[in-house]
Design a protein around this ligand. Sequence first.
Ligand SMILES: [Zn+2]
Length: 245
Amino acid sequence: MKTEFHKINLHIHSTYSDGRNSIEQIVNAALKTDLEYICITDHFTDSWKADHIPNLNNLDKIKRYLEDISYFQEYIIDQDKKLTLLKGVEIDLGSSEKFILNNISPGKFDLILFEYLETFEGIVFIKKILNFWKKKNHIEFPLIGLAHFDPSYFIIRGLDSLLEFLKQYDVIIEFNSSYPQFYSPKYEIFFNKLKESGIKVSIGCDSHHISNLNDIESAYKMIDFYHLEENFKNLIDSLDLKSFV
Ligand SMILES: [Zn+2]
């Protein structure tokens, strides 16, 4: 692995959804690693999944979640370590538009991941949400990413409108080491297009337990394999430019 790669894990679940550890345990575990950026991205959904996993399903819980993360952002600063904690959320695209718009204030988050983008209709849905948010939020807008994105549907039906969307809305593609099948070499055509277009790529491991907080090696290897170092650097630059806390 190349040394200039910054170590990040921007996809972590806590006890606010289906993760096994509290934010405090995650932060303390991360402080013992060489991770530079971590993001808590608990689930948000009102789809069928909501009956099966705890998630950030109401404004009160979201408020407590964000306050909890704020507290540990300050805590990390006091430790004087090279770690930055980000506020994230993972929105299930099976959620209703109304539920998302009523509960998620984008300005309160640093990173919003959408999971299960698998169709052209899904792109239209995300655009609608983003356009609504952009109209309401003129100042701080979070980073937007696609969690464990499966490119197969778009490779078969056409990549152009997907790439257009990613470019226009500055959407990040996540290399999720819990789903290595989605960055398999059989999808090389997609990753070559990402490279050409300068689309940002990030790394998350979808950790649900602190034992795999640092399980990011395979994602770095594949970013290297596809020569997406610049795309990854674009992400790090935008993280470095943002002020968290
Ligand atoms: Zn996840």
